[in-house]
Design a binder for this molecule. Sequence first.
Ligand code: 5GP
Ligand code: ZN
Length: 114
Amino acid sequence: MNDCIFCKIINKEIPATIVYEDDKILAFHDLSPVAPQHVLIIPKAHIDNMNGITEESGAVVGHIFTKMKEVAKQLGIEDSGYRIVSNCGVEGGQTVGHLHFHLAGGRQMQWPPG
Ligand code: 5GP
Ligand code: ZN
């Protein structure tokens, strides 16, 4: 049994506000946005996190990054700027164990992150 909440979103067992979808990836609004625009982009094939990316499964990551600017454009933040984050593991702050990239924008981002 797969208890992964993002796999459930992919399978439409849990609702989400989808902004982009194709056969390999899904982008949807984060439930608890940390910026005026905050979308999560995920591969449809389950990968735990960045440690699980292999030569074979990693092709989808290139696809995600190719589509990122299109999603940013759809959100209206392509030109103003945005940030991509992928938290990995406990100290990386990962809370959902399915590889995902946060796309956040619509405000001035700060550095360093918390
Ligand atoms: P992480 O903390 O692993 O980097 O990011 C997980 C993100 O998933 C968090 O920003 C959290 O708000 C979001 N999230 C958790 N559960 C759900 C859900 O059921 N639906 C949506 N749309 N986002 C979720
Ligand atoms: Zn999953």
